[in-house]
Design a protein around this ligand. Structure first.
Ligand code: PLP
Length: 495
């Protein structure tokens, strides 16, 4: 028996060596393809070529008795690695990707699967640059940041102090204290007519971590997710980090940011495991209508894929908002929310996730326990108090609404187009004058206003800027004056 085992192990070893040698040859060919593409000015990612190769290879699976989804995952890893080496090669050659490098210290992440490569500039990159200018004594109005910067409810403050006084500063169950989970479940059930139990809720250090946990617990490297763009950049960052391929479904201002559900159906292949949606949306402020959401849920159910619904702006919904939780008992959905926006508790770092899938709850809870034990106990008590501070949250929402109205009113006077937000805390405006967008963002910064460039939310949106309501009306007004001046200057200047 030991002889037989030794021989089989030798076989496995030699086959694995062959595989690695083939991988090295494959990457060499990928580099050569990159050179040709570069010579002809083509994008790094060619979705059509990938799809053709994918169907050819998957066609071989039955004959070879191979599991299609296993092979599909390997294909995605191979495609991703080819993209990575081609990007690295471009970088070395001093180009930094097709979309043109972005200098002056902002980070870039290149490429999408729609045939365009784009240098993404995230809001946080502009924030870092603004901070640099501030250190040299310049005053900057921060209209790029995604936090309301309002006061926290007084009960939250008091609950934090009480928690410390009562010695509530220990480890807790990794899912979160029972009281808080039960209160979150009750609130969600009342608000969305859902039927969650406290055991289906996990308290996390912020919505961002909840998104990460949800994706990590339900996806494997090589799986695919659909992201509806424009989108909060973290979804793609997390997907790339865990080796998951992204399929982008673009929406447009001209269509009122409506989702084309026919298109959604057509981009879902057998390897897609999740659709990520975010309403009220960052950056557009769109709230999807009930009929469209019904169709999205039907598509996901019929194809047995998950929906991750990021609802962190639910407190800032200014028209009817339907949560994914209102589709009861659906164990294929995960909802993420946060205390960062409505109660303005960004720095407390607390959010939560809810799903009827026992398996995913257990998966997320295990991961959270492994990574950070639990959310700080006093912070959990503060969040509990936030749940009974409905009036404060409503009044914060009214302040944000009034700031949004101010921005929209002022933008009517400028050469821009935009969708009047249904919710969230941003206006995503398209610049309708011919200008170099990077130069526009830089000129705005030089003039004392930071805004988030649109291409951070998807490569189709480089004519957009996101204006945030994170500053008071006086500063907003001053910032909007500057935006108007700069736009007037760039439109009269010949580029
Ligand atoms: N989801 C979206 C769409 C966001 O815009 C943000 C923050 O801006 C988050 C999640 C994360 O929020 P937090 O981690 O502060 O709870």
């Amino acid at each position: 028996m030991s002889n037989e085992l030794d021989e089989l192990r030798a076989d496995i070893r030699s086959l694995t060596e062959d595989l690695v040698r083939l991988l090295s040859r494959r990457l060499e060919v990928a580099r050569r393809i990159g050179m040709v593409k570069r010579r002809h000015g083509l994008s790094i990612v060619d979705a059509k070529a990938e799809d053709e190769l994918r169907s050819h290879i998957l066609g071989m699976c039955d004959t070879l008795s191979l599991d299609r989804s296993f092979v599909n995952r390997i294909l995605n890893l191979l495609f991703a690695e080819s993209t990575r080496v081609q990007e690295a090669m471009y970088e070395e050659m001093g180009r930094g990707g097709e979309g043109g490098g972005v200098d002056d210290g902002v980070t870039t992440a290149a490429s999408d699967d729609s045939g365009r490569n784009a240098s993404r500039i995230r809001p946080v990159d502009v924030f870092s640059k603004a901070r640099m200018l501030e250190r040299t004594g310049r005053e900057i109005i921060h209209m790029e940041i995604g936090e309301p910067r309002l006061s926290i409810p007084s009960r939250v403050r008091q609950a934090l102090i009480d928690a410390l006084d009562r010695g509530k500063y220990h480890y807790t169950e990794s899912k979160g204290i029972e009281e808080l989970r039960a209160a979150i479940a009750d609130m969600l059930n009342a608000r969305y007519n859902a039927s969650l139990s406290k055991d289906e809720v996990i308290v996390t250090p912020g919505g961002r971590f909840a998104v990460y946990l949800a994706m990590l617990a339900s996806l494997r490297p090589g799986d695919e997710v659909v992201i509806v763009e424009p989108a909060w950049p973290a979804y793609i960052d997390i997907a790339e980090f865990i080796g998951v391929k992204v399929r982008r479904l673009s929406t447009s201002l001209d269509d009122g940011w409506d989702m084309d559900v026919g298109m959604l159906k057509s981009i879902i292949n057998s390897n897609v495991r999740m659709i990520i949606i975010n309403y009220p949306n960052n950056p557009t402020g769109k709230i999807i209508d009930k009929d469209t959401l019904d169709v999205v849920v039907d598509i996901a159910r019929s194809k047995d894929i998950m929906i991750l619904s990021d609802e962190v702006y639910a407190d800032l919904a200014f028209k009817e908002f339907r949560s994914i939780l209102s589709y009861k008992d659906d164990s294929n959905t995960i909802m993420v929310s946060s205390f960062s926006k409505g109660p303005s508790m960004t720095g407390f770092r607390i959010g939560y996730t809810a799903t009827a899938s026992r398996q995913i709850v257990e998966g997320m809870s295990r991961l959270q326990s492994m990574m950070l034990t639990c959310v700080a106990e006093p912070i959990q008590y503060s969040a509990l108090a936030a749940l009974s501070s409905i009036d404060d949250v409503k009044s914060n929402a009214m302040i944000i609404k009034s700031r949004l109205d101010l921005i929209c009113r002022r933008l009517l006077d400028m050469p821009v187009s935009f969708y009047r937000p249904d919710g969230a805390m941003y206006v995503f405006a398209r610049i309708d004058v011919e200008c170099n967008m990077k130069r526009l963002i830089d000129t705005l910064l030089e003039s004392g206003v930071a805004v988030a460039p649109g291409n951070g939310f998807g490569s189709c949106y480089d004519r957009f800027i996101r204006i945030s309501t994170g500053v008071d009306e006086r500063l907003l007004s001053k910032g909007l004056d500057t935006i108007k001046d700069v736009l007037e200057k760039v439109s009269s200047r010949k580029e």
